[in-house]
Design a protein around this ligand. Structure first.
Ligand code: SAH
Length: 387
């Protein structure tokens, strides 16, 4: 471990975002290994967790909520755990440092531009949130200003000053969220500067990332994760692959060169639009992206009697559904590579697969979320061949 664990955050207890910060990183890894090994013990062994050399400042996506204190000064940062009270912070050990600097600049500009922060109770005010996405390998930076109203007084001047203080910003988007909701982003948005998206390179492929698309938050560990998934799948050129819950098509496009064909399926239409562009700009011909619910799409394929050789599945924290897994089982893939960010739902879903003709062959943890209790897990399930 290159860094000793002496970091202390003054708001650690209130925020609750980095519960493991006081624990040495090597112990954090052991803790995660122990927890998931015991959760999955009835299915098999979990290989040694892959940690980070530098486990700080890894989040490429940073969100700051905006509010004001009793004196009316703008504050920005994270919500106090379990509440909507904003804790004012300038930096966080988990977050990209450039992103944090930009947020502090935005906060300091509000007063001179007479821009008010949004008030959740009254629904009045302007700036609600700032979302920043940084691309690890290209250095591109997207700033999303989430506002309670579409009217942006002194817009051009604000953008000019922000860009002059942070020339590293490559695009700025205004997203309008005028609903009384805890969702960060609203429906409408307009590009104020640049292209409205950033591009990053992962596993040698270029990916476009729009404000609303899912993108793994830890780019260093994502490459390791995808390489493990590809290694586990042990692909060959005759195989037909399904990449379910595919986001902007990262796994589909990384595995495409090893196989005959890939179908990626994803519910978020912005992510699918990105995926289709990503396919074109990487000149990949053998991939198709479908905008649908993964369970409904798979059950349709299964009902038509389709088969496939390999399924990659990377569902959200809530895990997969019986509809989806039922359909996988009836399509009889030899291998299912399950990528999970929630060991509890993974264990539940492994229960289903192991009752329906599959066994866990390999499992490994990749620490995508140092200083937190969360961890990513890749599992290879192989079909049992009954005589
Ligand atoms: N494999 C991608 C994305 C994983 S995150 C990557 O590594 O980047 C999980 C994705 O599942 C998100 O993009 C989310 O929009 C999508 N999703 C959630 N529910 C879904 C459903 N029912 N059907 C299809 N996709 C879904």
């Amino acid at each position: 471990m290159s860094e000793s664990n002496k970091k202390i955050c003054p708001v650690q207890k209130k925020c609750g975002g980095c519960k493991l910060l006081p624990i040495p990183y090597s112990e954090q890894l052991q803790k995660k290994q122990k927890r998931v090994s015991s959760l999955l013990s009835k299915y098999g062994r979990v290989e040694k967790i892959i940690g980070m050399d530098n486990p700080y400042y890894y989040r490429n996506k940073v969100h700051a909520a905006f509010d004001h204190d009793r004196k009316g000064n703008a504050i920005s940062g994270i919500y106090e755990e379990g509440s909507h009270r904003v804790i004012n912070i300038d930096s966080c050990y988990l977050e990209n440092q450039k992103a944090d600097d930009i947020i502090v600049t935005i906060r300091s500009l509000l007063k001179s531009f007479k821009l008010k922060t949004y008030d959740e109770d009254t629904g009045y005010g302007f700036l609600r949130h700032v979302l920043i996405r940084t691309a690890h390998s290209t250095g591109q930076i997207m700033v999303v200003l989430v506002t309670g109203t579409p009217i942006f007084p002194s817009k051009n001047n604000f953008i000019k000053v922000l860009r002059s203080k942070h020339p590293e910003i490559t695009t700025i988007v205004q997203n309008i969220n005028d609903k009384r909701t805890s969702m960060i982003l609203g429906e409408r948005q307009q590009v104020l500067y640049g292209r409205g998206y950033i591009e990053d390179i992962l596993c040698g492929k270029k990916f476009r990332i729009s404000p609303k698309s899912f993108y793994q938050v830890n780019s260093v560990q994502t490459e390791i994760l995808y390489n493990k998934a590809v290694e586990f799948a042990d692909l060959n050129e005759s195989e037909e692959v399904i990449d379910a819950y595919c986001g902007i098509g990262t796994i589909s496009l990384v595995v495409a060169e090893h196989v005959k064909s890939v179908i990626g399926v994803e519910l978020n239409d912005d992510a699918v639009k990105d995926a289709i562009i990503n396919k074109k700009q990487n000149s990949v011909g053998n991939v198709k992206f479908i905008n649908a619910d993964a369970g409904k799409f798979m059950s349709g394929l299964a009902e038509e009697g389709n088969r496939c050789n390999v399924v990659f599945m990377d569902p959200p924290r809530s895990g997969s559904t019986v509809e989806f897994m039922d359909s996988v089982v009836s399509m009889k893939p030899d291998k299912v590579v399950y990528i999970s960010c929630e060991p509890e739902t993974l264990a539940r879903d492994l229960g289903y697969f192991t009752k329906h003709g599959y066994k866990m062959d390999r499992a490994v943890l990749v620490d995508m979320f140092p200083m937190t209790e969360n961890v990513e897990c890749v599992v290879l399930l192989s079909k049992l061949h009954t005589k």
